[in-house]
Design a protein around this ligand. Structure first.
Ligand code: G6P
Length: 489
């Protein structure tokens, strides 16, 4: 539907995200080609920007990007429509190291997911994070007019809202925090806790996926600042003369297009995928799709599968697990460790239970054709989502939206934001409880057909109703309300 983000159409939208919606690359002939957004948020926001004719500010990377970008740092996007400006922020190697790999992904990422022991506070990281946020803030200040809405995405920009506010006191600023927000007992470990909170409190609207993260944030503010007024009933903070509204907006996916991709594949693609990967034709398939991140609980999942095959030997050869793994942030030691731990676990399990006819775990860490991936999402019998902590988890929703035959079962960690919407119709697990997890796998693979259909139909309706358009409409309705209240005053 085109109505969802209509409020934004009337206003100039300035969007800020670390990842850009389109990147330019050189092909084999040395010609510049455009890489389209693969999916997820950038793909979802692109149509909004096309309608809003605004400016999208993001990290530009690589020679081809530079070649096609004008001296003012902007390039019109998407290629044919040229309906909005993509403003690219160039970062030096040192900035990338310290702002992206450093403070963003070695401090805020682990901290917000509750991994206090995994944080690495280097002064250099913090200084660069401040400075790079300043670069983005300056670009925002250049791009905005009187009626602009500025919309920051995620934990890469905790300081930029305040940096913008200092230069443009009346700016309308919104922010969506895509990861969890931890409790005060975790957050207070951060030496820069007050700066991070103050940066975010410069926003007029701060969004999280679920109420609990909103509550955690409010509580952190309450604990950190004596002079902040925190209204828990109205989800509002007053601090230094400014009001910040805090609200939950559970992110959805473009369910229609996911269902369409599922419909575009067929059982023949599925059979040929199984043949190519050596999966016995009659074997059931459990699926996991993850960025190789320590928050995703991949090792815990493999442990539960190992326990499942050990205690239920009749399932050896009858259930195959396919792990699609996307390399991520691999310059960071914790990510390298995770990668080798996952690979070791896969090898161990395959040696322990594998036979000439059957490999228990099919590990795919390279590129996979979209048809094969679509077939996996549609025809796998079970999806295993076992994140140890996850703001939302959109993979769970993508699996559900792909289940156009209502046949599959979702096993879902109770540590994900998605669990609040989907947990009651999934097989719910605590990913740390190996026994329970192994039992859940059994429950999923033996569930009666009528029960499977009933649950999946319910899940599919929920995912379709609370889709990306609905999310966008909710966010912009809230922004409009804040704007109106400001004008009235
Ligand atoms: C998470 C974050 C996103 C990020 C994505 C991929 O979902 O919330 O902001 O883009 O991971 O991570 P990367 O570091 O590759 O952008």
């Amino acid at each position: 539907s085109t109505t969802a983000a209509d409020p934004a159409v009337e206003n100039d939208l300035v969007l800020v995200s670390n990842r850009q919606p389109y990147s330019h690359e050189y092909d084999d002939d040395g010609d510049v080609v455009v890489d389209r957004p693969a999916g997820g948020l950038t793909a979802g926001l692109d149509p909004v920007m096309q309608r809003a004719h605004g400016t999208w500010i993001a990290w530009g990377d690589g020679e081809a990007d530079r070649e096609v970008t004008g001296d003012d740092g902007t390039v019109r996007m998407p290629p044919e429509e040229e309906s909005y400006a993509l403003k690219r922020i160039w970062l030096s190697d040192d900035e990338v190291q310290a702002y992206y790999y450093g403070y963003s992904n070695r401090v805020l990422w682990p901290l917000c997911h509750g991994g206090v022991w995994q944080t690495e506070y280097a002064n250099r990281h913090w200084r660069r994070y401040q400075q790079v946020n300043g670069k983005f803030a300056d670009a925002v200040v250049d791009a905005i007019g009187d009626d602009s809405i500025v919309w920051f995405q995620d934990y890469h920009f905790a300081l930029a809202p305040r940096q913008v506010r200092e230069q443009v006191p009346d700016a309308l600023l919104a922010h969506f925090w895509h990861i969890t927000w931890p409790g005060w007992d975790t957050f207070r470990a951060c030496p820069q806790a007050a700066d991070i909170l103050e940066g975010l409190l410069a926003n007029d609207l701060l969004g999280f996926h679920v109420e609990r993260y909103c509550y955690n944030f409010l509580d952190c503010v309450d604990e950190a600042f004596d002079d902040a007024f925190v209204d828990y009933d109205d989800n509002r903070v007053q601090y230094e003369g400014h009001t910040t509204h805090v609200a939950a907006f559970p992110l959805g996916i473009d369910a229609n297009s996911v269902a369409q991709s599922a419909a575009d594949t067929d059982e023949e693609s599925w059979r040929s995928f199984k043949r190519d990967r050596g999966i016995p034709e009659e074997s059931m398939v459990a699926l996991g799709v993850d960025r190789l991140d320590y928050t995703k609980g991949i090792v815990e999942r493999l442990k539960a599968l190992e326990e499942f095959w050990r205690t239920r030997p009749e399932w050896q050869g009858e259930l195959t697990y396919v792990q699609k793994a996307d390399e991520s942030r691999s310059l960071i030691p914790e990510y390298q460790n995770l990668q080798s731990n996952v690979e070791e676990a896969v090898e161990r399990i395959n040696e322990r239970f594998g036979t000439d006819e059957w490999t228990p775990v099919v590990y795919i860490d390279d590129w996979l054709e979209s048809d094969a991936l679509n077939a996996l999402y549609r025809y796998s019998d079970v999806m295993l989502v076992s994140a140890l902590r996850d703001g939302m988890n959109l993979v769970a929703k993508e699996f559900v939206a792909s289940q156009i035959d209502d046949d599959g079962v979702l096993v879902l960690s109770n540590q994900t934001g998605a669990h609040e919407q989907l947990g009651d119709q999934s097989v719910s697990i605590n990913p740390y409880d190996t026994q329970e997890f192994a039992n859940a796998i059994e429950e999923a693979v033996t569930m009666e057909e009528t029960e499977r259909h009933r649950r999946m139909r319910t899940l599919r309706e929920r995912v379709a109703d609370a889709d990306l358009d609905a999310w966008m409409a909710d966010v912009f309705a809230e922004i409009e309300e804040i704007r109106e209240n400001r004008t009235v005053r």
